[in-house]
Ligand binder design. Structure first.
Ligand code: URA
Length: 202
């Protein structure tokens, strides 16, 4: 059974306030704060990342660090206004190991992803978007409830319940990690084409 916290929140503000005290998995303790989703109540599209990074943990907002820059550039290129979208993560706390003064990002475990999943369900229930965009395999698996590969699911509209669609694309941090400029350019282009599909769908 998935952990529940009090009553079902009726608004995003209520959900956000409740999530501040979430202890559904151990990640709450070392993290600075819960990084809940951000965006308007009835956004036509929800973007789902993996989990907040170092800068998001400090700012309390999703996608404000280096991956956020890649994301913002792709939105701008496609003509999507980020303020009209709801942006969130599969896991709402930063996971890291300290190394000197730095905090090195760690991938969330399956258990942490599962423990956090009900928050994304609440966000989707309240926002009721036309389109859910999964940025990377963790987000895709969280939305679909099963492990999937980017290769098998990318760049096409997948039916969700109640007429909503899912679009799976890469995580912007994946592009940043690519070793050579050619593959970065190629993957940036492919990511931008996926954002064009978002623009055309919402
Ligand atoms: N990576 C994510 O998946 N989400 C963020 O909010 C930032 C980086």
């Amino acid at each position: 059974a998935e952990p529940r916290h009090g009553n079902q929140p009726r608004t995003l503000d209520e959900a956000r306030a409740e999530a501040r005290h979430c202890k559904a998995c151990p990640l709450w303790e070392p993290a600075t704060q819960t990084v809940f989703g951000k965006g308007p109540d009835h956004a036509p599209v929800i973007f789902v990342g993996e989990q907040p990074g170092d800068q998001e943990d400090l700012a309390g907002e999703p996608f404000v660090g280096p991956a956020g820059k890649v994301f913002d550039a792709a939105l701008a290129e496609a003509g999507i206004d980020r303020d009209q979208a709801y942006v969130t993560n599969a896991v709402k706390h930063f996971k890291f190991v300290p190394r000197g003064k730095r905090r090195i990002h760690q991938k969330p475990s399956m258990g942490e992803v599962k423990a956090c999943r009900f928050w994304l369900e609440i966000e989707r229930d309240l926002v009721r978007p036309k389109l859910v965009v999964a940025l990377g395999a963790t987000a895709a698996a969280t939305v679909l409830g099963k492990a999937v590969t980017i290769r098998d699911t990318r760049s096409r509209l997948i039916d969700l319940e109640e007429g909503a669609k899912l679009l799976v694309t890469v995580h912007p941090a994946y592009i940043l990690r690519l070793p050579d400029p050619e593959s970065q350019a190629r993957e940036t282009e492919a990511f931008h084409r996926d954002m064009d599909l978002v623009r055309a769908t919402v």
